[in-house]
Design a protein around this ligand. Sequence first.
Ligand code: PLP
Length: 338
Amino acid sequence: MIDLFSDTHTIPDAGMRAAMAAAEVGDEQLGEDPTTKRLLERVTQLLDKEAALFLPTGSMCNKVAVAAFTRPGDALVCDHRAHVLRAEGGGAAALSGVVIEPIVTGRGHFTPEQLEAVLNPGTLYQSRTALVALEQTHNFAGGTVWPLGQYQAVADVAHRHGAAVFTDGARMLNAAAATGTTAAQWAAPVDAIWIDFSKGLGGPGGAAIAGSKDFVARANRFKFLFGGGMRQSGFLAAAALYGLDHNLDRLAMDNALARRLGDGLAALGLEVIAPESNMVFFTPPRGIDPPAMVAAMAKAGVRSWATKTHIRLVTHLGVSAEDVEAALVAIARVVKDR
Ligand SMILES: *Cc1c(COP(=O)(O)O)cnc(C)c1O
């Protein structure tokens, strides 16, 4: 099976497992895990922020960011297909009591004007817009990459109106690789940003959120409140450090393989959202719905995932150039036989 379901399906390799086995560990909750401390120094440097916090998942990064920047009744603005809105069980609303104000966009990126139109200082009747969430890359819009200028302009507008801004950077490092920018350039315009170690970097879990010392202190309180304090987290941190050392530079290859996959699918006559990072979304051929297409592709040896309208394919550490060619041959067969 060629597994294009998600970059969360990467399996730690021998080198990563060796690094984990050798990790120096201690009690993370007491700040005594040396490997976690090393990881956080590394992330703080990479993102050029004052401090960072290690959390079990990226989803918990979103949760603590929302909690730390808002009060119950405040509004959170995000794109209408944002992960924080669509894929976390309503956690932002349930745990922080925020009203979510989604902006409808085509590619997951709203304009400064669209943001300006929904920002609200708060009245006795209306919610104060406390927080704006950006997603880089935007997952459900197609792995799309925010243009840096638009990203900066949107953050500026939010700040001018007194709202904080954070970035769900689950795949920000793919965006950096795709655009020849640094991670710090995506961190600079926003108050907090997180990266995930369990996706393109190939780790088994863990994510880190960075921001000011004050933000990280508030976020840490919510980390404990939500049950995210760990113990010997150095085993996970060692995997994350290994991912940063060995798998960061190869994210560009994932992006390139996604482009090749997109070109190959378009050549089959399929309607493809031009890939900008490591994801390819395409519309199934007429007469076959997304779940049926996923099933037919699985039978042909390609694992994928469907939204309501599209098939999603994701390239990652476990997918070679040969796998991509083989997947295209298999999908061609599915399209022809349907
Ligand atoms: C995967 C993902 C998350 C959640 O990360 P986990 O580490 O799986 O909890 C959040 N946002 C986006 C955009 C994602 O793709």
